[in-house]
Each structure stands twice: as structure tokens, then as C-alpha cells.
Design a protein. Structure first.
Length: 353
């Protein structure tokens, strides 16, 4: 057995502030950014210093505590009103990943349900943010182990393709899709990970590749347009991706390009798995057409790094996510086990907010 316990934790509570790994600087530089107030946390989420659905949920939970700490009143009702303003600010950062909204709501609900002084409420909010952080780490490990149950039984050592970064960096640690990869590696079931580079922001090339190098998981990087060819050549045995929001019918929003990978997998009869915690499922949405899709600045398309790659006079479109329809998904791997998209509903009551 190989040790695969990732030592990468993108959101760390330290005494009285949060440390974030600056994911915009990886892999060139490993830098920790100190976050001491809710404005800076909102900015860090918006500018993707911290990114990935579960990780922004954890970051937002701490952001709620930092915002609560800034409120200067002893009056409970006034406190709750001002806490709602902090929530609005954090909600306005990124629209697609539902974990952000889930974590903020859990913090709001905790504050409303807790009796006692404002000082005591603030203490409870910090403890709740720490719990969200720790639970996500445990959840990812469970997702990893659930994944082992459904990965193809042959060949013994699999080559798995992933898209974007659904790893330790995108969660409290360990990862969802990369959690499955880590568990497979630990159990001797992984030959190698193939990773799409994931234009425009290159999370695959920069972040997934960095994580795998840290943990010595063998990785082959391909550009996004190579996936179909690799599948046709028989190089890929399964696809495992993460998710930003899953509708009640199993339609799944994930990083732009995921949908194309799912279509290619279907065409080549390769199982396509979505690995995500229940906090990523939005049971309020009937299907994926209701998932809000973030559009980001066009500079992400016309530039690579700081280099402009297009002539002037071109228009751009930059949706950050796409929706893979449930019928292309073999199974959704959660902390409670793997189910087909149509069976997801059975978990609704397990989703604590
Ligand atoms: O724009 P990003 O980098 O936040 O998008 C991340 C993804 O799409 C991930 O695949 C998803 O959040 C799952 S993370 C476990």
C-alpha cells in the first residue's frame, strides 16, 4: 500500500485568522495569504485565491465568522440583521457552486437557532466553521472509499481521466474526484491519472498536476482536445470529475469542458463518474437548466498568462461551467455511497443545513 494522505489544506484556521493557499500563484509559488476580515475573504473567493466548490464553502463559513466578529452590537436581533448583510456579500462572489450558499446558510441557521449572548453566538459560529472544515475533509475520504466500490474491476490497474481540479486544493483536503484517485492509488488500483489542462484557467495543468507531483501520483497531462483521441486509443478506463452543483435529477454543473468529456466517454463506452459531497446537491432545482452559470472576464479567453493570443476585433464568450445531463453519468459518488443519478433523491433527508 502507498501512503496518499495529502498534506495540502487550502483553508487553515490559525488562532484568529484564516490562511489560504494562493491558488493563483501555483505551481510557480506556494504562498499563504492571511485573511483577517470578511471583505478580504469575499475578494479571495471572487478572485479565486481559493476555488473549488467545497473549498469556497469552507472559506465562506470562516468569512461568516470573520464578518460576525466585526459586528459591534450586543443586541441579538441587530446582530442577526447585520450577519445577513455579511452573508449577502459572500453570496455575491461566485454563483454556480452551491456549497458556498449551503455553508453560508448553515452559519445563518446556526446563529438563529443558538440561544445566548452575541459574544456566545460568535464563539458558536467559529466552532461551526471549524466543523464544516473538518467534516468536508472526512467526507472527501469517504467519497474516495465509495469510489473504490464502483470503479471498473478490470484491468486491475486503471488509468483514470479527470477534468479541472477536484482535489485537496478544491476541498478541505484529499479531494472528491482526486479523493477517488487517491484511494485507488492507495489500494494499488491506479496505474496513472490523465488530466485535461482545462482552459481557460488551466486548473488541470497548474493545480491537479501540482497536487499529483506533491503526492507522487503518476500523472499525464493532455490538452482538452486530446481526450477523445486518448479514449479511442484505449488509454482511459474511467473518467472521474467533481461537481459545482448537482440538480435533483442528477444533471451536474462542473468546470467548462466537462460536458464534452462526458459525451466522449459515452461514445467510447467508458464509465463517467461524478464525485461530490451531498452539500453539492441542490434538491431545490428540478434539473440542470436551472443552475446559474458563472461568466467570467473575457481576458481569461484572449490571454494565456499575461500574453494576449488573439487579434483585435474578436468577440468572446467565457462561461466558467457547463451542465452534463444525468443520462451521461454512470454514477454519482457521495460520502454515503455511489448511486445512479435517478437514485440521488434518496439522500435528500441526509442533507443537514
Ligand atoms: O472555477 P473553479 O476552479 O472553482 O471550478 C472548480 C471545479 O469546477 C471543480 O471541478 C468543482 O468545484 C469540484 S471541486 C471538488
Amino acid at each position: 500500500m502507498t501512503s496518499t494522505e495529502s498534506q495540502v489544506y487550502p483553508v487553515i484556521w490559525q488562532k484568529d485568522h484564516v490562511l489560504l493557499i494562493d491558488q493563483n500563484r501555483l505551481p510557480a509559488e506556494y504562498t499563504l495569504v492571511e485573511i483577517t476580515n470578511s471583505d478580504d475573504m469575499a475578494l479571495a473567493i471572487k478572485t479565486m485565491i481559493v476555488r473549488g466548490a467545497p473549498a469556497i464553502g469552507v472559506a465562506a463559513a470562516y468569512g461568516m465568522y470573520l464578518g460576525a466578529r466585526e459586528i459591534k452590537t450586543d443586541n441579538r436581533e441587530l446582530f442577526l440583521t447585520q450577519l445577513e448583510k455579511v452573508a449577502e456579500k459572500l453570496r455575491a462572489t461566485r454563483p454556480t457552486a452551491v456549497n458556498l450558499f449551503w455553508a453560508i446558510q448553515r452559519m445563518i441557521n446556526t446563529a438563529r437557532r443558538t440561544l445566548g449572548s452575541v459574544e456566545y453566538l460568535k464563539e458558536v459560529l467559529l466552532e461551526t466553521a471549524k466543523s464544516i472544515n473538518l467534516e468536508d475533509l472526512q467526507t472527501c475520504r469517504s467519497i474516495g472509499d465509495s469510489g473504490l466500490e464502483v470503479l471498473p474491476k478490470t484491468p486491475e490497474k486503471l488509468t483514470i481521466l479527470t477534468h479541472c481540479n477536484a482535489g485537496a486544493l478544491a476541498t478541505a483536503g484529499y479531494g472528491t474526484a482526486l479523493g477517488v484517485v487517491r484511494s485507488a492509488w492507495r489500494e494499488g488500483r491506479l496505474a496513472r491519472l490523465f488530466a485535461d489542462e482545462t482552459r481557460p484557467r488551466l486548473q488541470g495543468a497548474k493545480l491537479t498536476a501540482w497536487e499529483c507531483v506533491q503526492d507522487q501520483i503518476p500523472i499525464t497531462l493532455i490538452t482538452d482536445n486530446m481526450a477523445a483521441h486518448c479514449m479511442k486509443q484505449g488509454l482511459i478506463h474511467a473518467v472521474v470529475v467533481g461537481a459545482d452543483r448537482i440538480a435533483a435529477n442528477g444533471d451536474t454543473a462542473n468546470k467548462i469542458g466537462t460536458y464534452s468529456v462526458a459525451i466522449c466517454a459515452k461514445a467510447h463506452n467508458i464509465p463517467f463518474f461524478v464525485a461530490a459531497p451531498l452539500s453539492t446537491v441542490d434538491f431545490n432545482l428540478v434539473d440542470g437548466s436551472q443552475i446559474p452559470i458563472e461568466e467570467r472576464d473575457s481576458s481569461e479567453v484572449y490571454q494565456i498568462g499575461k500574453t494576449v493570443i488573439t487579434p483585435e476585433g474578436v468577440d468572446f464568450y467565457n462561461p466558467a461551467f457547463d451542465v452534463t445531463p444525468a443520462h451521461l453519468i454512470t454514477a454519482i459518488i457521495t460520502e454515503f455511497g455511489a448511486v445512479s443519478p435517478s437514485e440521488l433523491k434518496q439522500f435528500e433527508e441526509k442533507q443537514a443545513v
